[in-house]
Design a protein around this ligand. Sequence first.
Ligand code: ADP
Length: 342
Amino acid sequence: MYSFRSKKNQVQLSFPYRDVQIKRGADPKEQYELQEELGRGKFGIVYRCIEKTNGLSLAAKFITCPKKEDRRNVEREVEIMRALQHPRLIQLYDAYENGKTMCVILELIEGGELFERVIDDDFILTEKSCTVFMRQICEGVDFMHKQRILHLDMKPENILCLTQTGNRIKIIDFGLARKFDPDKKLQVLFGTPEFVAPEVVNYDAIGYGTDMWSVGVICYVLLSGLSPFMGATDPQTMANVTIAKYDFDDESFNEISELAKDFIRKLLLKDIAERMTAEECLNHEWLKRKKANLHRTPSMDVTKDNLKLFVERWNEHPNSPYVFDKSSQSIIPDQNDSSTSP
Ligand code: ADP
């Protein structure tokens, strides 16, 4: 396996930068040996694979593209990933178009989903460990936003651990990501109800703050195991989102610092313009590296029990992206991607 070291001598990217162009009319199986399935998403199935020429272990995501539009979506994902070379973001290795199937070869991430990791009995979940994860998430988002890219599907299942024991994470799945021009109004009609920002539900202009809202929700869930806006039904959840209604009343927040709550409060703001940017998050006292007051934070047992239920519920009813139907004020599962950018 290559290791590519930065000046700071930290292992950074799994392989040096590659200028990936989609190979048309070629079968990835000629160059890569497929192994077991690693996971399934809304669009693709991901397998472990090995590059035949050098034995490098990678991940191959296959997406069936019956329509031209499906193919364009994968082309956009590839184009966006080409611009995102950063250790906190999944790296692109190769891409294929083979008839109606497209395949993207990705850096292999072996540690599983972050939330599965933190509920493991061997993992001691503390507020301090949450800051370690949230800092890395904000670093990844900060880089992405500086490349003028919005992720638009930030949620726990899209945060993976690099290894089974280490604390490094990576953000995955740029399937819904968009290039963003701050001078042009961008609206989207998709999102995952529990993590989606008010402006998406209201079909208002979105922006960098749209991802930051989701970062705030992820942080709330990580610290408490509870979903801040969840209602009995998806429409109720979204009604709670539109009025930004949540609280810290649950006992799981008893031991959580005021700094952590301040961090969340500055993200879960109804007004997109008021939310902290990723860079501001990194400069927030809670995420600063040297926090004497967080050196010995208690293990969060109530949160861990809640998180186990959260993961169980999520696994039973995967909360996949929805299309918001404006005309009927209802939501339907996402069949086709829909975004508009005038
Ligand atoms: P989709 O775009 O279809 O939603 P994802 O990119 O989210 O698909 O991938 C689906 C699942 O496959 C993920 O939730 C994860 O468990 C697994 N997975 C995706 N990419 C990788 C990777 N590079 N290494 C290991 N597992 C991965």
